[in-house]
Ligand binder design. Structure first.
Ligand code: F6R
Length: 564
């Protein structure tokens, strides 16, 4: 789950652009990073463990116009320099960066070891670069070798490749996204639209396509046949010129929740596209798909579709055989629109009606779904998703209940309540202060409130590294109570109406000197629970800060999970 950027410029050095692109892709993984450039008859590589800023500090200078870059989220092998990308072949002919996972790499490695190849890393990627060199040394043709490679590799792969003797960048793609962009300065390849900032036009490289770019043209092939593909204009949103870099993006993004509500109201007040309204109206069966926080938003938001048959499925657990209703509308939720688990489900059901909901206008999800809706939450930078969760739930609410005076008023009322919660954080701060040294917490609820607990619990563990679990309140006594000890923090979430249903669980906690924190909301407004979720986002943020954790980039994570 990595970020890839590759560029050929007509008249400018490529390195600064690669670094800029990698910074934008850092959300895809930040274990290590690296770049490689072509200098006459030579490939020059530099890698670094950790962030792009560190690579920048120590980077060589070069006026080369051709280069590739990579930011890594470790899958195969530890996070060390040997395993960082780019990887170079034994004879130094090829150097490449890879996003994806090769399932048959052990077989390939054994075969290459028998042929005398040596390996210096534990990655699957090093097998690819050596296999490519092996094919090339047999046939002398790079495009044929790429076709061979495509036939041999099993798994997911986007590759951008330098060949020592040419000012070109070769590529090959299967299952994870790759875009080709054209700008007035040259041609570019990237796993992510964000990194193609210079580009004015783009096209999607599809599965099993390979080819190359040079400074002003590109060629694309599939199974040895050249294919013509046209470029599309990139729609760009106006830049916000007053952007100040915040100390913590997570905090900034939580504070932007009221603004997200405004944006949604403004954008959708004249109603959703008629085609989207019709497809929802006629569908009796809705299948929601998402991962992580987006899945939690789907669980909560899908409850608004009271008169439909609803299934909510974790993207990574999707199994087409277990779907009972053949005739369904699939609704995909993904902040980034690049989560591979989600895109893989989309691929399997693309012959059905599909609606994508994403925060990124040009994301793979929105490009590939039949119907597309933008969250309008503006870029979310912190790895932990906050404002996008709110946008997802709100869009599901509006899709289910329709856009009318009443539903819009509910949004406005809840916006005001959230503003109040953001202004008065004293209570949240004091809870954070009292539990900052704890290593465990439970989130308890009954019925549908369990969905809020799931999100609150995920956020807490993700950014604070406090182990937390989400449980149905009645289950506490059936086992989890064994962990309870003096001052163990337990968060209860409930609507005011149902508060007394939690009484016995609260008693069980206090009897063992645990500390119950009871969070209630008013169900008068069907969105009444959103201010509470805002409180839990804030609690996680303050705790992460107090515990001196990397709030915006928690360890082992990435903003967009592009491996399965
Ligand atoms: C948690 C979080 C993740 C993402 C998940 C799906 O704070 O951010 O759980 O929600 O990886 O990401 P998207 O929504 O981009 O598909």
């Amino acid at each position: 789950m990595c970020g890839i950027i590759a560029s050929i410029f007509k008249n400018q050095a490529v390195l600064p652009f690669l670094l800029e692109g990698l910074k934008k892709e850092e959300y895809r993984g930040y274990d290590s990073c690296g770049v490689a450039i072509i200098e006459p008859h030579k490939i020059h590589i530099q890698k670094e463990i950790g962030r792009i800023e560190k690579l920048k500090e120590h980077l060589f200078t070069s006026s080369s116009k051709v280069g590739i870059g990579h930011t890594r989220w470790a899958t195969h092998g530890k996070n060390n320099l040997n395993n960082a990308h780019p990887h170079i072949s034994n004879k130094g002919l090829f150097c490449l960066v890879h996003n994806g996972t090769i399932y048959n790499y052990q077989e390939i490695k054994e075969d290459l070891l028998n042929k005398g190849y040596l390996f210096y890393s534990q990655t699957d990627t090093e097998c690819i670069v050596n296999l490519l060199e092996h094919f090339y040394l047999q046939c002398g043709d790079i495009l044929s070798s790429l076709n061979e490679l495509d036939k041999t590799l099993k798994g997911t792969y986007v590759l951008c490749i330098l060949f020592k003797e040419e000012n070109r960048i070769y590529f090959l793609k299967k299952s994870t996204p790759l875009m080709l962009g054209k700008s007035k300065n040259g041609l570019h390849l990237s796993s992510d639209m964000r990194a193609l900032e210079l580009a004015t036009d783009y096209l999607d490289i599809e599965d099993n396509e390979y080819g190359f770019i040079d400074e002003n043209h590109y060629e694309i092939y599939k199974a040895q046949k050249r294919i013509e593909k046209k470029l599309y204009k990139i729609q760009k949103e106006k830049e916000d010129t007053n952007q100040v870099i915040p100390s913590f993006y997570m905090e900034k993004e939580i504070h932007e929740i009221p603004m997200v509500i405004d944006r949604i109201i403004k954008h959708y007040q004249n109603d959703f596209d008629i085609k989207i309204k019709e497809v929802i109206k006629k569908a009796n069966n809705l299948i929601f798909v998402g991962s992580g926080t987006s899945y939690h938003a789907a669980l909560r938001g899908s409850l608004y579709f009271e008169n439909k048959n609803v299934q909510v499925i974790l993207a990574s657990e999707f199994d087409l055989n277990s779907i009972k209703n053949d005739n369904a509308l699939y609704i995909f939720l993904s902040q980034s629109g690049e989560t591979l688990d989600v895109l893989k489900v989309l691929e399997k059901v693309s012959h059905y009606d599909t609606l994508g909901i994403s925060n990124v206008a040009n994301s793979s999800l929105l490009r590939k779904c039949k119907y597309a809706l933008e969250m309008k939450a503006k870029e979310e930078v912190a790895v932990a998703s906050t404002k996008a969760y709110v946008a997802e739930v709100l869009l599901l609410y509006l899709l289910a209940k329709g856009i009318n005076q009443n539903t819009l008023q509910n949004l406005k009322d809840i916006q005001q309540e959230i503003k109040d919660h953001l202004l008065h954080q004293e209570k949240i701060l004091s809870i954070a202060e009292s539990i900052k040294n704890k290593e465990n917490a439970y989130f308890l609820a009954k019925g549908k409130d369990i969905y809020l607990c799931k999100e609150a619990s995920l956020k807490l563990k993700e950014v604070t590294y406090i182990h937390s679990e989400c449980l149905f309140a009645g289950e506490l006594k059936h086992g989890p109570i064994a962990l309870l000890e003096k001052d163990f923090p337990i968060f209860f979430i409930t609507s005011l109406k149902n508060k007394e249903n939690l009484n016995s669980a609260i008693e069980e906690v206090t009897a063992r000197e645990g500390i119950p924190y009871i969070f209630t909301y008013d169900e008068h407004n069907p969105l009444g629970y959103l201010p509470l979720i805002t409180d839990f986002f804030l609690l996680s943020f303050h705790l992460a800060k107090m515990r001196k954790k990397d709030v915006d980039k928690p360890r082992n994570l990435a903003k967009s999970v592009t491996v399965d």
